[in-house]
Design a protein around this ligand. Structure first.
Ligand code: UTP
Length: 408
């Protein structure tokens, strides 16, 4: 892209100030800035206004789950099915590790967090051990795709190298980069990193499959014969990965997708709940629910909107390929974004100061015709580390790890 073209593109959205220092930059930095502008999706800025319009929901109705009791009754059957599928190489896993963990405020990739107490035990390490609980039984390695972002890719790869992949088969590990997006202040102006660079940040976890495609991994999935992908978050240390019981149950129910869910701890718990929207599976956020929905109960006495998602999904690869080019909703979120101001001062905000634009994996669920809601025991499978202290923190996760007999 030439300088003139960049100027025109920016002018269309009143963002010309980005080129204010262009003449002061070295040719290399100039080239980098033009490339950034060329790649920039300026249409994201329209969503600052449009945000609420795209939030209009269809008709919401409760969706039950395959409950713990029902799963227990057929556990052996599901496990046999799932184990067979893994042994046939039909299952891959995708670790979403491109986030910035701003709430935790850890300056390295979140997976590098030491969750040990008397010894070193890293989040990535424990996740690999959880995966190896399965591969040690099936006897074959499960391909593990790890999504990173420009911000943490180098550190993540180096960490796995340094720790010899924590004993996992390194040939079965595939890294790929997610996309980045611009961020803007409340005045709608795109944030600058310095005189020659725009601030970009990871664009949410929803673009993972198209990023896998961009990385050239679709033919790899095909060659390996992978038909199902188990997608999971980096920060749930008790995460069961490629769980044969879950995989077998989704297959048995003839579903194209499955979601692990936990029964809400209480009606007001702030989790996204799996439900139906216009007859299709969907996730409703706690702040989108009316009081009536929050407190309504079914005949069995359970909450009608009872099952919260824990970011552990199973998708069929053929379905993902079909929906890959459909647009996911853009979430405009208020976040703290450090930036260079008009006086060239570096500002590190204490409070949210602007918008980031994110795609979320949970929106993929609504693109599925059906989804098996699969209940798991939260004490055994849900120990997220999101915050510095209190709920969903390192401390609460350590307590749950101890309860599950993990030596810390
Ligand atoms: P969160 O939504 O908790 O985001 O991610 P985060 O970036 O880790 O933390 P906060 O919100 O800034 O505090 C849920 C999962 O999705 C991944 C995260 O790494 C985590 O596994 N994720 C999130 C990505 O892979 N990319 C993203 O752009 C955002």
């Amino acid at each position: 892209m030439t300088y003139e073209e960049a100027k025109q593109k920016l002018a269309a959205k009143s963002q010309e100030y980005i080129l204010k220092y262009f003449q002061d930059l070295t040719p290399e930095v100039q080239e980098g800035l033009l490339k950034q502008i060329d790649e920039l999706d300026l249409s994201l800025l329209d969503f600052i206004e449009k945000g609420t319009a795209q939030d209009i929901r269809g008709k919401l109705e409760p969706l039950g789950a395959l409950t713990l009791e029902q799963i227990e009754e057929k556990r052996d059957h599901y496990e046999t099915l799932g184990t067979q599928m893994i042994k046939q190489g039909k299952v891959g896993a995708v670790l979403l590790a491109g986030g910035q963990g701003t709430r935790l405020g850890f300056d390295k990739p979140k997976g590098m967090l030491n969750v040990g107490v008397t010894k070193e035990l890293y989040l990535f390490e424990q996740l690999i051990y959880n995966l190896m609980d399965v591969t040690e039984k099936t006897g074959n390695s499960i391909p593990l795709f790890i999504m990173t972002s420009e911000k943490n890719d180098k550190d993540t790869r180096a960490f796995f190298e340094e720790h010899d992949y924590f004993g996992y088969d390194r040939d079965a590990v595939y890294f790929f980069l997610q996309e980045m997006a611009l961020s803007a202040g409340y005045d709608g102006k795109i944030f600058m990193q310095d005189k020659g660079r725009i601030v970009t940040s990871p664009n949410g976890n929803g673009g993972w499959f198209s990023s896998m495609d961009k990385a050239g991994y679709l033919p790899v999935l095909k060659n390996l014969g992978v038909e199902y992908l188990n997608v999971f978050a980096v920060d749930n240390v008790l995460q069961r990965i490629a769980d044969p019981v879950f995989i077998g149950a989704v297959y048995d129910a003839d579903c194209i997708c499955g979601a692990k869910v936990v029964a809400k701890a209480d009606a007001n718990e702030k989790v996204g709940v799996l439900c139906l929207e216009d007859g299709r599976p969907s996730i409703v956020e706690y702040y989108e629910m009316t009081d009536e929905m929050i407190h309504s109960r079914g005949k069995d006495g359970r909450l009608s909107y009872n099952y919260g998602v824990i970011l552990n999904y199973l998708f069929r690869v053929d379905t993902l390929t079909k929906i890959m080019n459909e647009n996911l909703k853009i979430h405009v979120v208020r976040k703290k974004v450090p930036y260079m101001d008009e006086n060239k001062e570096w500002i590190t905000p204490e409070e949210p100061n602007g918008y980031k634009f994110e795609l979320l994996v949970l929106d993929m669920i609504h693109m599925m015709d059906h989804c098996l809601s699969f209940e798991v025991d939260r004490e055994k499978e849900f120990a997220p580390i999101k915050n510095k202290t209190g709920a969903d923190s390192l401390e609460s996760a350590r307590m749950l790890m101890k309860k599950n007999g993990i030596a810390l």
